[in-house]
Design a protein around this ligand. Structure first.
Ligand SMILES: Nc1nc2c(c(=O)[nH]1)N[C@H]1C(S)=C(S)[C@@H](COP(=O)(O)OP(=O)(O)OC[C@H]3O[C@@H](n4cnc5c(=O)[nH]c(N)nc54)[C@H](O)[C@@H]3O)O[C@H]1N2
Ligand SMILES: Nc1nc2c(c(=O)[nH]1)N[C@H]1C(S)=C(S)[C@@H](COP(=O)(O)OP(=O)(O)OC[C@H]3O[C@@H](n4cnc5c(=O)[nH]c(N)nc54)[C@H](O)[C@@H]3O)O[C@H]1N2
Ligand code: SF4
Ligand SMILES: [Mo]
Length: 709
């Protein structure tokens, strides 16, 4: 007799990128047979991208770790043996506590990677764990990503996470600088179904303009695209402010200070200077400023391309000032502040961020928001002396591929006393760990998005229970962090007090229920009744009441940022035409089918044409006698790679591009074996010495030379 087959439809959520799409799964006899977008989800409205489907692959992936493993041997000879959870957690707590007792907390370095921001368990239990390490040497993906946004939000709005997002569904004029939401699905702008939202923008007569050194997927659906020389956006943005001031178009809200100071500061940033430095014509700069001021509603949005560069903070400040002066700030269709059901900002669940409370030991760079730049990690491990990092913890990250001079970091990780990684996979970084503790995967755990509802273009809330029950001998990440927190403190002679011990052992569901209840916007009961999510409405004006600054006013010219303008002037004066001496500027790129440094072992996401090539303008190829598709050597101050080059006139002349998260090298895994992704790591070339004042790595605009192999 054939067994009765059980087919169920389950609501799920994708946590792979910031778009947080709602999903509907068909599960037959415990196997996911289809993954679709959930049409009832009030935010994602049925959208799904190719990556969303791969969540089911992660669940069944034979490469994924399900039990703790300990490394035996090293390098290519390393093998891994499974451990029981108790044994593994004790071993890790013992080694971490021993380092802290013998050498002090700073001897432990912690790197927190991107997927932590997408995990509820880290959100509720991660901070307690990190605190238990008692270290100033905390690093994360933030300093190869968005820390300039946070610093500007802290300085101007009083809280690092008061990030103004474009009210995309209502705007008439959308200026996109250094972002590619058609591939990335948006960032610091949670916007599932960006393609449809752009169509709607056009249908209502709106316009989108893109400034980017590559004619990207987003540029191709825009009304206008202008090439901008990498690293020179600040000149363009400050010249737009110059125009608003010079032409008396500035309409700031009543709660700002410092308009006169700002006007003085931008006086010499003329559209002509911007043209000379950036390649964007003075006429374009003027017309963009005028169009922004004249639009019924409008917003300037800048992301990775203008954050991960030498003037990331100046760029984000200038963008904030453009939004403030154009008269659209905190108005429908402008730059607005979401009101999430769990308000981590207003309730101070996350601190406001402080600057320069301590500095890195070797290079003396300031901390921000409790973190040092990821770019100083390796030198803190390698440089002898008191406070040297001897023991490393990573969680959900792969900094060997994702931070500057990855090979240097990889070598430093080989020489540690001890390393532990909380991760689902053996990757280029976790391969150095002595112990890997694997949490459950996304479909096996509950999810509420504590971070990205706060950046969403519409206010919604959604609770998603685990689709599959975890196996008996699996642990959720909150359990791993909770257990380690208790065990480390025990060994340090500071056992957790009863309430802290109870919190460490409380599931996220219970904590979220309390936070929702006290937030007053919705309840857990409501969300359980509506697993597709509840709609809390369009973004609303909330200023100046929600400002976290002392007087609830905004300083248009924070000294920390404006003090960086002399350095900018010098850099702009030094800009040479691209063709002068054969030097090219390297930038990164993202593809729809990539997810930072992982998922390069899934068949579904590694099909199609190779996408790891170095892209360059055909004229730059021919000037060097390189044929399309030929292997080339790319050299920067830091390193050299060999890779195939493709000529495309989508590249600005003088600029070359490699994707990030490539260059896999873990023996015995399927990572990077497909010919589509068999590339090199861009971070073999990027330079840990190049930093913005926020500590962010200047990943964009790295000088390189390219020659035929
Ligand atoms: N040159 C250059 N460098 C870049 C970038 C760039 O554009 N150019 N982008 C930067 C940006 S924006 C970012 S965010 C970083 C990303 O870089 P990282 O912070 O290093 O993060 P990922 O590559 O996403 O890390 C993936 C790892 O997390 C693990 N993982 C996935 N889900 C979970 C989970 O739920 N729990 C745990 N414990 N582990 C999990 C995966 O198994 C995988 O090993 O790279 C940065 N680096
Ligand atoms: N498919 C996919 N989606 C993702 C990710 C992924 O890996 N794959 N990663 C997620 C993460 S962690 C993040 S942080 C977001 C990032 O989201 P985005 O910022 O939208 O993504 P990027 O593709 O890095 O876009 C940066 C753009 O800046 C351009 N650029 C580079 N240098 C400069 C410059 O100097 N000036 C200007 N004006 N432009 C420049 C690049 O050409 C690129 O088009 O994406 C998220 N979504
Ligand atoms: S856009 Fe794709 S990767 Fe991002 S949340 Fe939606 S389905 Fe997941
Ligand atoms: Mo990121």
């Amino acid at each position: 007799m054939p067994a009765v087959s059980l087919t169920e439809t389950k609501t799920a959520v994708c946590n792979l990128c910031e778009a947080i799409c709602g999903l509907r799964l068909t599960v037959e006899d415990g196997i996911v047979t289809s993954v679709r977008g959930n049409p009832d989800d009030p935010l994602s409205r049925g959208y799904i991208c190719p990556k969303g489907v791969s969540l089911a692959d992660v669940y069944t992936d034979p490469d994924r770790l399900r039990r703790p493993v300990r490394r035996v041997g090293s390098g290519a000879e390393a093998t891994w043996e499974e451990l029981e959870w108790d044994e593994a957690l004790d071993l890790v707590a013992e080694r971490l506590a021993a380092t802290i007792l013998e050498h002090g907390g700073d001897a432990v370095g912690a790197y927190l990677g991107n997927p932590n921001a997408h995990s509820l368990g880290f959100g509720t239990h991660g901070a307690g764990f990190v605190r238990s390490l008692r270290t100033h040497n905390r690093f994360s993906a933030s300093t190869v990503d968005q820390v300039p946004h946070q610093l500007v939000a802290h300085l101007m709005y009083g809280h690092q996470l008061m990030i103004a997002v474009p009210d995309l569904d209502r705007t008439d004029f959308f200026l996109v600088v250094g972002a590619n939401p058609m591939a990335s699905n948006g960032s610091l702008m949670t916007v599932p179904d960006f393609p449809q939202r752009v169509r709607e923008l056009h249908e209502r007569g709106g316009r989108m303009v893109v400034l980017d050194p590559r004619r990207t997927e987003t540029a191709k659906v825009a009304d206008e695209h202008h090439f901008v020389r990498p690293g020179t956006d600040a000149a363009v943005l400050l010249a737009m402010l110059h125009v608003l001031v010079a032409e008396d178009l500035a309409r700031p809200p009543s709660y700002v200070d410092g308009l006169d100071r700002l006007a003085d500061l931008v006086a010499d940033f003329t559209p002509e200077l911007a043209e000379q430095a950036s390649g964007v014509s003075a006429e374009t700069v003027r017309s963009l400023a005028r169009e922004l001021a004249a639009a019924g509603s409008g917003v300037v949005y800048g992301r990775m391309g203008v954050s991960t560069q030498a003037f990331g903070t100046v760029c984000q400040w200038a963008i904030a000032c453009l939004n403030l002066l154009s008269g659209h700030f905190d108005r429908p269709g402008g730059a607005m502040f979401p009101e999430p059901a769990v308000d981590t900002v207003g309730r101070r669940i996350v601190g406001p961020g402080r600057y320069d409370r301590w500095r890195s030991r070797v290079r003396d760079v300031p901390e921000f928001a409790g973190e040092l730049p990821a770019s100083v990690m390796a030198e803190e491990m390698r440089t002898p002396g008191e406070g040297r990092i001897r023991t490393v913890v990573t969680s959900a990250g792969n900094p060997v591929l994702s931070t500057p001079d990855g090979p240097g970091l990889s070598r430093a990780l080989e020489d540690l006393d001890f390393m532990v990684s909380v991760d689902l996979y053996i990757n280029e970084t976790t391969r150095h760990a002595d112990v890997i503790l694997p949490p459950t995967s996304a479909l096996e755990r509950d999810q509420y998005d504590l971070v990205f509802h706060g950046f969403a273009v519409r206010n919604t809330a959604r609770w998603t229970p685990a689709v599959f029950e975890a196996e008996q001998d699996q642990r959720h990440d909150w359990q791993i962090f909770g257990e380690l927190t208790a065990r480390i403190n025990e060994r340090l002679g500071t056992p957790l007090a009863d309430d802290a011990a109870a919190a460490a052992a409380t599931p996220p569901a219970d904590l979220i229920a309390v936070l929702l209840e006290s937030g007053g916007r919705t309840t857990m009961a409501d969300l359980l009744e509506h697993p597709e999510g509840v709609d809390l409405g369009a973004l609303r004006p909330t200023m100046p009441q929600r400002l976290q600054t002392p007087e609830q006013r905004i300083d248009l010219a924070p000294p920390l940022v404006t003090d960086d303008l002399p350095r900018l002037r010098d850099a702009l004066a030094a800009v040479r035409p691209a063709t002068d001496d054969g030097e090219l500027l390297l930038i990164g790129r993202r593809h729809k089918q990539d997810c930072n440094s992982w998922l390069h072992n899934t068949a579904r996401l590694t099909r199609g044409k190779p996408r790891h090539h170095l892209l360059m303008h055909p004229d730059d190829l021919s000037a060097r006698g390189i044929a399309d598709g030929q292997r080339v050597t790319v050299t920067s101050r830091v390193g050299t790679v060999e890779v195939e080059a493709s000529g495309v006139d989508d590249m600005m002349p003088g600029v070359v591009s490699l994707p990030h998260g490539y260059g896999h090298q873990v023996p015995g895994t399927r990572l990077g074996h497909a010919s589509t992704v068999a590339g090199v790591s861009i971070n073999d070339l990027t330079d840990p010495e190049l930093l913005d004042i926020s500590g962010n790595a200047a990943l964009s605009g790295v000088p390189v030379r390219v020659s035929a192999c």
